[in-house]
Ligand binder design. Structure first.
Ligand SMILES: Nc1ncnc2c1ncn2[C@@H]1O[C@H](COP(=O)(O)OP(=O)(O)OP(=O)(O)O)[C@@H](O)[C@H]1O
Ligand SMILES: [Mg+2]
Length: 310
């Protein structure tokens, strides 16, 4: 009987007659790890070992990447966080709720529809959601979201839960759902905040953005009055540049104000701004760049697993 160790793939030719009847496990001479013996006469096929069992959370984590101020790195963070979690072994759905529809461009995938078509029922989930990478799926945004905003506006009741109602039935298939939001504050942003459980706010290190964060958090607390299970979990400083004194000052202020949610900053990095033109994530375009290093650190923080990518 040919047995292949599921751990190190070493082949063992075992004489079945010499296996005592009640013995179910063997120890591999290659890696020393035990593995179950197959029933007689069969070849044990190598089962795929899950990449990182520890990483897979018990319940789907639903994270909104959000801040009203524009150009702070929301889409860059949503795409590279989602792609990093997928690389580390989790199943991830990235949902783009922005009319600019940049996430599909950044990942270099074309979708024939996306979130609006899923909400209206024009497309089934399997048609609206496209696979962008291994373990990474995208529900694209885009211009037709304008129509969805009108649908939300026209609703007398429950308009704020349209996104939640659309995505809840799909949640179980994923370990993480990462939702990218548009700048500003509109019915779709409210929908995102009525759906996600955790908020990740990218904050570019400028005084104006700090004010924007304070304003945004006021709006979040007004939503928390009707929905307690959403919280600001992560503040991610972006565009860190140690040569500019003001960014150092703003970072120090963030440390004072939000010590619990503050994450390691993402440095200003030209590769992060170049990668989208090639439809590549930062890990593909420039894996050794400071941008890739910083986003890997963010993935470790969000997944709460220090061993990832080590
Ligand atoms: N750390 C960084 N270093 C250099 N460039 C960056 C960095 N992060 C993002 N960028 C670039 O800055 C621009 C704005 O980033 P991004 O689109 O992610 O912001 P956003 O908050 O999603 O914007 P919007 O509010 O318009 O949706 C993009 O051109 C992006 O490539
Ligand atoms: Mg964006």
């Amino acid at each position: 009987m040919l047995v292949i160790c599921p751990n190190c793939k070493k082949h063992h030719d075992i004489d079945e007659k010499r296996i005592p009847p009640n013995v179910k496990l063997a120890r591999c001479k290659g890696c020393g790890k035990p593995f179950p013996l197959p029933s007689s006469g069969k070849i044990l096929l190598v089962p795929k070992v899950p990449l990182r069992k520890k990483l897979v959370p018990k319940r789907t984590r639903i994270i909104g990447v959000s801040l009203s101020k524009g150009g702070v790195g929301k889409s860059t963070t949503a795409v590279n966080l989602a792609a990093g979690l997928a690389l580390a072994g989790s199943k991830v759905l990235l949902v783009d709720t922005d009319i600019q529809g940049q996430d599909s461009f950044m990942l270099g995938v074309k979708a024939k529809g996306g979130l609006p078509e899923l909400v209206t029922g024009e497309l089934k989930p399997e048609e609206a959601i496209v696979q962008a990478r291994e373990r990474l799926w995208l529900l694209a945004g885009g211009e037709s979201l304008a129509g969805l905003k009108r649908i939300i506006d026209r609703k007398d009741f429950g308009g704020e839960r349209i996104l939640a109602k659309t995505l809840e039935p799909l949640e179980k298939q994923y370990d993480y759902i990462i939702v990218d939001t548009s700048p500003g504050w509109d019915p779709l942003t409210v929908n995102v905040l009525f759906y996600v459980k955790e908020i990740l706010a990218p904050v570019s290190l400028e005084v104006m953005t700090l004010q924007g964060l304070v304003e945004f958090l006021k709006s979040v607390s007004s939503i928390q009055k009707s929905r307690e299970d959403v919280s600001l979990k992560y503040i991610v400083p972006t565009f860190k540049d140690d040569r500019v004194k003001k960014t150092v000052d703003v970072l120090a202020r963030l440390e004072q104000l939000y010590p619990e949610s503050l994450c390691e900053p993402i440095r200003q990095n030209v590769s992060l701004s170049e990668a989208p033109a090639y439809g590549q994530t930062i890990y593909e375009y420039a894996p050794g760049s400071s941008g890739a290093k910083d986003y890997r650190a963010l993935v470790r923080k969000v997944a709460d697993d220090d061993s990832l990518f080590r």
